[in-house]
Write a protein that binds this ligand. Structure first.
Ligand code: KMT
Ligand code: NI
Length: 171
């Protein structure tokens, strides 16, 4: 895992966009984003059951796995959004970038590779992309029914109870 401020320069979303300003796991925790390196699925099982998670799936994001829709999928994951549930993402292979908004509404880029696990709180604005390798395999874990619905950033969402809770707790 490596976290840093996103450079906001033009160029493909899959480039590193590393501004050179590194961020610590503690600063991620201050916005509710928890990082763990988890070398075995057995330890993920423990973490998941201790936090009340009951569902999971595995997704491979790559041209080989997705075919013609790959480019469109990668673009849609990169639309800024939030979810109404906390969720865990656990990278099994390849590389993925999660970008999350910090307290100043800047993008923080979090580079995840094999055995990196991240817990995103409900209500945090974020987006996702593969890197130039165009390949990531990840486990997605949910507390209840898989609720994938991304809610795209919008002013109306300021009134969303999950967003309000996040803002109260972390921003
Ligand atoms: C999310 O929440 O944005 C995603 O799950 C993106 C794809 S999972 C590697
Ligand atoms: Ni999401």
């Amino acid at each position: 895992m490596k976290a840093y401020l996103y450079d906001n320069l033009p160029g493909d979303q899959r480039l590193p966009h590393d501004s050179g300003v590194a961020l610590s796991p503690e600063s991620l925790a201050s916005i509710g984003v928890l990082y763990h390196r988890v070398p075995s699925v057995a330890e993920v099982d423990e973490l998941a059951s201790s936090r009340g998670y009951r569902n999971r799936d595995e997704i491979t994001v790559s041209p080989a796995a997705m075919g013609d829709i790959y480019e469109a999928k990668v673009r849609s994951f990169f639309d800024e959004h939030l979810h109404e549930d906390e969720e865990i993402r656990y990278v099994r292979d390849g590389v993925g970038y999660f970008d999350v908004r910090d307290k100043e509404d800047r993008w923080v880029r979090i580079r995840l590779e094999r055995d990196d696990l991240i817990i995103l709180p409900a209500g945090i604005y974020h987006r996702f992309t593969t890197d130039e390798g165009n390949y990531v395999q990840a486990m997605r874990l949910f507390k209840d029914e898989p609720k994938w619905t991304p809610l795209n950033r919008a002013e109306e969402l300021d009134a969303n109870p999950h967003r309000k809770e996040y803002v109260t707790q972390f921003l």
